[in-house]
Design a protein around this ligand. Structure first.
Ligand code: ATP
Length: 523
């Protein structure tokens, strides 16, 4: 059995080998935490985006989209709090010259205590078998109690330091816990400094006074500053939402784990504007809706969990993450936040403009409250890859690598293969392709044995292979091979379109999410 780490390495290598993801500017040795999507990656990514976009703007009459610019007036980021507070605490190890996030080093230390406790529990479970009482064990075992106390004390000290923005204390915790650099193994740490994650550049020539501007670190602010534009021109009535997909940039200190943490990435965000006082009801609504959206893909319900935030940003009154089980643990893929009226009020304050909504039913004006759903396209891509990558042991000792991608997301829906390159089979295969190609992304492959061709398609997650043989010329049927089961059916050529449509149509997933009513956010 491959370890989780090995599995992850294989997935990363697979992404490159099959044209999903390449390191950016690779011929120059790449650029840290920046990646390019290849011929299959871009299709998968576009399908993810479409699945999200339509689930917002088609399923809900009261959600519309926008596409705001990446550059924004610099005051935007003053108002949003990013100029002053979008920081990570960084620390360097003087011996390895490696840079770390101080908060991450401490969180990993907390996780180590938790792992130790888990090990004790697992050991005891093995020893006691069916009669094992975990709750009792946790309360009474001396070693577990000791680890738990250390963990809790550290957690408390860490939270207090983070809340107070006490950088000296963060360093002291690292020293007291004897945390070493994983590269040099030493405790030769610098002081902890704040590091702003926004990329800066200049707009205009210096001669006429260039203006310092930022690459946006999130797409949300483009929605907030356009609130009045969209509400007025779209005659939107509360509750309503604005959706956007776009690039965001963060100068992450430690960029690891492939496309999980990038410096240039893409977000899909939706801000849902509601009446003050109704935000927690809508928070629950979106929390449930977003999890259903994930689960409808069929990667396995047990791979998702909520992680409710204990520590909330000062402007938020509820927040949760949807986490996915990656090979390196359960990790945040999406955040759902109840942000009160903080953002709109801040923009009203900094711009001097009134940003309010007149509610005809209440006959009063107010600053709407906001529920935000924010998901990273790249993290979603990674979760789909990790959830789909499989190595199957076949009879006869062969190993099959298959990406069991949700068919709706698969880059290629079907591959059409003539059994041989002669006797009129390629002509018939092309004819079938011409019938399918306007509705589905299909490929044609006549090279190598059928077995090898199947494997190539398995590796990029193509749900169907269609083989044209000599009988097809007479009976109008082809062999349809299913990726996941490898079973084969003889089907009529004219039925292919409907078979592929049914398996790859997002409508079938939307029904799983909202049933047939296709509308659930109207009052
Ligand atoms: P993290 O704690 O992992 O840094 P975050 O809480 O800062 O993430 P948000 O600001 O809530 O993330 O951003 C919303 C979503 O954007 C995240 O759930 C994630 O999917 C995505 N995202 C954020 N930062 C990155 C990044 N550096 N690379 C890829 N995706 C990212």
């Amino acid at each position: 059995m491959a370890t989780q780490e090995e599995t992850f390495k294989k997935i990363v290598a697979h992404c490159k080998e099959y044209g999903f993801v390449f390191p950016s500017s690779e011929i120059y040795d790449g650029l840290g935490a920046v990646y390019d999507y290849g011929q299959n990656g871009v299709e998968l990514k576009n399908n993810i985006k479409r699945y999200w976009w339509d689930s917002m703007t088609l399923l809900h009459q009261n959600i519309v989209g926008i596409d705001a610019a990446i550059f924004m007036h610099p005051t935007t980021w003053k108002a949003s709090g990013h100029v002053d507070a979008f920081n990570d605490p960084l620390i360097d190890n003087r011996d390895s010259k490696k840079r770390y996030r101080a908060d991450v080093l401490i969180e990993e230390q907390i996780a180590k205590y938790e792992e130790k406790i888990q090990k004790e529990v697992d050991k005891a479970r093995k020893r006691f078998g069916d009669s094992f009482d975990e709750a009792m064990f946790r309360q009474t075992n001396a070693r577990v109690i000791e680890h738990q106390q250390k963990r809790d004390a550290l957690h408390e000290r860490y939270s207090a330091a983070m809340n107070a923005n006490d950088l000296d204390e963060l360093k002291q915790i690292i020293l007291d816990e004897e945390i070493v650099c994983p590269i040099s193994g030493t405790r030769n740490w610098t002081d902890v400094r704040q590091f702003n994650l926004m990329f800066q550049t200049e707009m205009g020539s210096t001669a006429d006074g260039a203006m310092k501007i930022y690459l946006r670190p999130e797409t949300a602010q483009g929605i907030f500053v356009n609130f009045l534009n969209v509400q007025k021109t779209g005659r939107m009535k509360i509750p309503f939402g604005i959706a956007q997909i776009g690039k965001a940039f963060r100068n992450e200190i430690v960029a690891r784990q492939f496309v999980f943490r990038m410096r240039e990435f893409e977000q899909m965000e939706m801000q849902f504007f509601v009446r003050p006082g109704e935000e927690l009801k809508w928070f629950e609504h979106w929390k449930a809706f977003r999890l259903k959206w994930h689960k409808a893909l069929g990667l396995g319900d047990q791979k998702y969990r909520y992680h409710d935030h204990e520590k909330l940003a000062h402007y938020a009154n509820a927040a949760t993450d949807i986490e996915f089980q990656m090979p390196f643990g359960f990790k945040e893929v999406e955040g759902i936040h109840s942000r009160t009226n903080f953002d709109l009020s801040q923009h009203a304050k900094y711009s001097g403009k009134k940003i309010e909504y007149f509610d005809p039913e209440l006959n009063q004006s107010y600053t709407p409250y906001v529920i935000e759903t924010s998901i990273g396209v790249d993290r979603m891509f990674l979760s789909v890859m990790c959830g789909s990558y499989k190595e199957e042991q076949l009879e006869g000792g062969d190993v099959r690598v298959v990406l069991s991608l949700p068919p709706v997301l698969a880059p290629v829906k079907a591959c059409i293969m003539p059994l041989v390159k002669k006797d009129g089979l390629p002509e018939l295969a092309h004819k079938i392709m011409d019938e399918l190609k306007f509705d589905f992304r299909v490929q044609y492959d006549e090279k190598d044995s059928i077995g090898k061709r199947y494997r190539r398609q398995d590796a990029i997650g193509t749900p169907f292979c269609i083989t044209v043989d000599h009988d097809s010329l007479n009976d109008g049927c082809v062999t349809l091979r299913y990726r996941d089961t490898m079973e084969q059916d003889r089907v009529k050529i004219e039925d292919l379109h409907e078979i592929i449509r049914r398996a790859t149509d997002a409508k079938e997933l939307y029904r799983k999410i909202v049933g047939d009513k296709l509308e659930d956010t109207e009052e």
